[in-house]
Design a protein around this ligand. Structure first.
Ligand code: GLC
Ligand code: MG
Length: 570
C-alpha cells in the first residue's frame, strides 16, 4: 500500500505541468483480449478436438500477435450438451481437453510469456448431470433448494398440471421442465440439460464463490462471466412466479422473443451477486497482492443496465461488460453507422465510467467476414484497436476466417457450428490443426489462402494489420486515454471513419478508414503534415510518405491508413 502511494506521488510530481494525457491505466483497460474456443484452436493428440496442450503449444503465437489476455470458453467436465456451457464439475478439467497438470503447465507458460489467462465462469446453471442437481432431485440435505423447483399449477379448464409461469427459454420452449423423480418442475433459462442454480440460496453463492477461489488460487487472471442477465428470476414471497407480458416482436409463443423479459433478465438479485464477486476479488487482491482480477460480463443488455453492472454508485461489479454494439454492422454499414453505434456506448458508459471495450465476434454469432464481407475484416480490425479501451477478438478473426457450411454430425448439430470450425494455421492437411485423420467440425475450404503461416509472409495481410495495430495499442498515445483530450473519433464523411489518439508532447496517431467502395476526398482535416505508418492492402501509399492534411487528401475504396506525427517531426 505504502509503495503504491509513493508511486502515485512520484507520478504526480513527474507529471506536473505537461502530463495532461498521462493518466496511467490498469492492464485490462487497454488490453487486447482474444477468445479461444478450445475445441477448435489446436489439437495436440490427434483426436480431432482441440485441447489444453494444443493451446499451450500456441501461446507464443498469441504473444507474437500482441494479445494481452486470452479468454478460454469452458474447459470443465461436461456432457457437452451445450459444448461445455453445461458444466458437471466446476473444478475439474474435462478429459477431452486434458488434465489439471496440463492446465497448470499452460498457465505457468502463459505467465512466463507475460500473457494472462481468463476462464469462462458459468454460474447461472450447471449440467443436469452435475452431482448437485442429482442431490437436489433426491432432496438431499442442503440441496433441496439448490435449483429452482416448483409444483406448477393446475389448469382450471383441463385439470392438467402446467408450468408455474409462461416463461420461454433462450433456446425456445418452456423454461420449466417436469422431473418425474422429484415430481416437480425445474427452471432452465437455456437447455433442459442446463438447470438454473438458485442464487437466493446462500449455499449456492458460497459454492460458486468457492469455484472462483479454486481457479484464482491456481493463478487465473480473470473471468468471463457467462449469461449474466439470466442469473436471477423474479419470485413472489408466496413462492409463485409472475407471467411475462408479450413483447410484440414475435408471433411464435415458443420463441424467446415472444415475451418482454421483465422478470427473467437483469433482476436486482443478479446485480447483487455480481457486486459480491467483485468484492470477493478486491479483497483477494488486497490479501494476496498481484494484478487486478478482471471480471468480464457477457450481457446482451442496454447500456443503462450495463452501467449498473459496472457500478451503481454504491457498489462496483464487472470492469468489462462486453460491448456487442458493433456486431450489428453488416456489409452495407457506413462510417456514419459506426459513429452511431460507438456513440451509444460513449454517451452512457464512457460518460459515467470512463471505460470502453469493443467486441467484433464470438462463438454465438456469425463470423465477421461472413457478416460484413472478407475485405472488411481488416477495416474492422483497425477500428476496434484504434478506439480507446479494450479490444476483444474471437480466434481466427485476426486472419479473416469465415463461417463454414457445416452438416450435422453425431458430435454436434447446431446452428452455431459454422463459426466454431478449426483454426487455420497452415496450408497443409486439416490446416495444421490436427495430425489425426478427422476434425470435429470441417476445416474451411479457404484454408490454403486464409491461414496464419501464409499471412505471416504477406506484408499487408489481415494478420499483419492486426499485429501492427496491437503494437500501436502499446504506445503511450494509445495507452493514455482516460483523459478526454487523449482521443477523438467519428465519421468525417459518410464512408470515412477517423480516430485520433494523442499522447504527451503532442505525439499523435490518426487512423482513417474508408468503409465504402469508392474513392473518398477529404479537405482540411487538420493543420499538419503526417506520415503513413500503417497501410491496408488497397492503399497506393508507401511507408514513410508524408501527407499535408491541410490540403485535399484521398482514400482509395476500402483503404485504411494510420498516420503519425510528433512535435519534433511537424
Ligand atoms: C452464453 C454462451 C453460449 C451458451 C449460453 C448458455 O450465451 O456464450 O454459448 O450457449 O451462454 O450457457
Ligand atoms: Mg438463472
Amino acid at each position: 500500500m505504502l509503495s503504491q502511494l509513493l508511486l502515485l506521488f512520484t507520478a504526480v510530481l513527474l507529471c506536473c505541468g505537461n502530463c495532461a494525457f498521462a493518466t496511467t491505466v490498469d492492464w485490462w483497460e487497454s488490453a487486447t483480449l482474444y477468445q479461444i474456443y478450445p475445441r477448435s484452436f489446436m489439437d495436440s493428440d490427434g483426436d480431432g478436438v482441440g485441447d489444453l496442450n494444443g493451446i499451450t503449444s500456441r501461446l507464443e503465437y498469441l504473444k507474437e500477435i500482441g494479445v494481452t489476455a486470452t479468454w478460454l470458453s469452458p474447459i470443465f467436465e461436461s456432457p457437452m450438451a451445450d459444448m461445455g456451457y453445461d458444466v458437471s464439475n466446476f473444478t475439474n478439467i474435462d478429459p477431452l481437453f486434458g488434465t489439471m497438470e496440463d492446465f497448470d503447465v499452460m498457465i505457468a507458460k502463459a505467465h512466463k510469456l507475460g500473457l494472462k489467462i481468463i476462464l469462462d465462469f458459468v454460474p447461472n446453471h450447471s449440467s443436469d448431470e452435475c452431482e448437485w442437481f442429482q442431490k437436489s432431485i433426491r432432496r438431499e440435505d442442503g440441496y433441496d433448494d439448490f435449483y429452482m423447483w416448483e409444483d406448477g399449477k393446475i389448469d382450471s379448464q383441463t385439470g392438467e398440471r402446467v408450468p408455474p409461469s409462461n416463461w420461454v427459454s433462450v433456446f425456445s420452449g418452456s423454461m420449466w421442465t417436469w422431473n418425474e423423480q422429484r415430481q416437480q418442475y425445474y427452471l432452465h433459462q437455456f437447455l433442459a440439460k442446463q438447470p438454473d442454480l438458485n442464487f437466493s440460496n446462500p449455499m449456492v453463492r458460497e459454492y460458486m464463490q468457492a469455484v472462483l477461489q479454486f481457479w484464482v488460487d491456481r493463478g487465473v487472471d480473470g473471468f468471463r462471466i457467462d449469461a449474466v442477465p439470466h442469473i436471477g428470476e423474479k419470485q413472489y414471497a408466496n413462492g409463485t412466479y409472475p407471467d411475462e407480458p408479450r413483447s410484440g416482436w414475435s408471433d411464435d409463443p415458443n420463441s424467446y422473443n415472444y415475451h418482454d423479459h421483465i422478470y427473467t433478465k437483469d433482476q436486482p438479485l443478479t446485480l447483487e451477486v455480481v457486486y459480491e464477486w467483485r468484492k470477493f476479488f478486491d479483497e483477494y487482491k488486497n490479501q494476496n497482492g498481484g494484478d487486478t482480477i478482471a471480471l468480464i460480463a457477457e450481457a446482451y443488455s442496454s447500456v443503462d443496465v450495463l452501467s449498473d453492472y459496472i457500478n451503481n454508485g454504491t457498489h462496483a461489479g464487472t470492469q468489462i461488460p462486453m460491448n456487442f454494439n458493433l456486431m450489428s454492422l453488416d456489409s452495407h454499414s457506413t462510417a456514419r453507422n459506426v459513429e452511431q453505434l460507438t456513440k451509444v456506448w460513449m454517451d452512457t458508459i464512457w460518460e459515467r465510467h470512463h471505460s470502453a471495450n469493443w467486441v467484433l465476434g464470438n462463438h454465438d454469432n456469425d463470423r465477421l467476414a461472413t457478416r460484413m464481407s472478407q475485405r472488411k475484416v481488416y477495416l474492422m480490425t483497425m477500428l476496434v484497436h484504434a478506439l480507446p479501451g479494450t479490444s476483444v477478438t474471437y480466434y481466427g478473426e485476426e486472419i479473416g476466417m469465415s463461417n463454414v457450411d457445416t452438416e450435422c454430425t453425431e458430435v454436434s448439430c447446431e446452428d452455431r457450428d459454422p463459426e466454431r470450425t478449426p483454426m487455420q494455421w497452415t496450408n497443409s492437411a486439416h490446416a495444421g490443426f490436427t495430425t489425426g485423420p478427422t476434425t470435429w467440425l470441417p476445416v474451411s475450404s479457404d484454408y490454403e489462402v486464409i491461414n496464419v503461416a501464409t499471412e505471416r509472409g504477406v506484408a499487408r495481410s489481415t494478420l499483419q494489420i492486426f499485429k501492427g495495430m496491437t503494437k500501436l495499442k502499446q504506445t503511450p498515445a494509445f495507452k493514455a486515454f482516460k483523459d478526454d483530450n487523449g482521443f477523438s473519433f467519428g465519421a468525417v464523411s459518410e464512408q470515412v471513419f477517423q480516430v485520433v489518439r494523442t499522447a504527451v508532447k503532442r505525439e499523435e496517431y490518426r487512423i482513417l478508414i474508408n468503409m465504402g467502395n469508392s474513392i473518398e476526398y477529404l479537405y482540411g482535416l487538420a493543420n499538419q503534415t503526417m506520415e503513413y505508418v500503417l497501410l491496408s492492402p488497397y492503399s497506393p501509399h508507401s511507408y514513410g510518405e508524408k501527407v499535408d492534411l491541410s490540403q485535399r487528401i484521398y482514400l482509395m475504396p476500402f483503404e485504411a491508413v494510420v498516420l503519425y506525427s510528433s512535435a519534433e517531426s511537424s
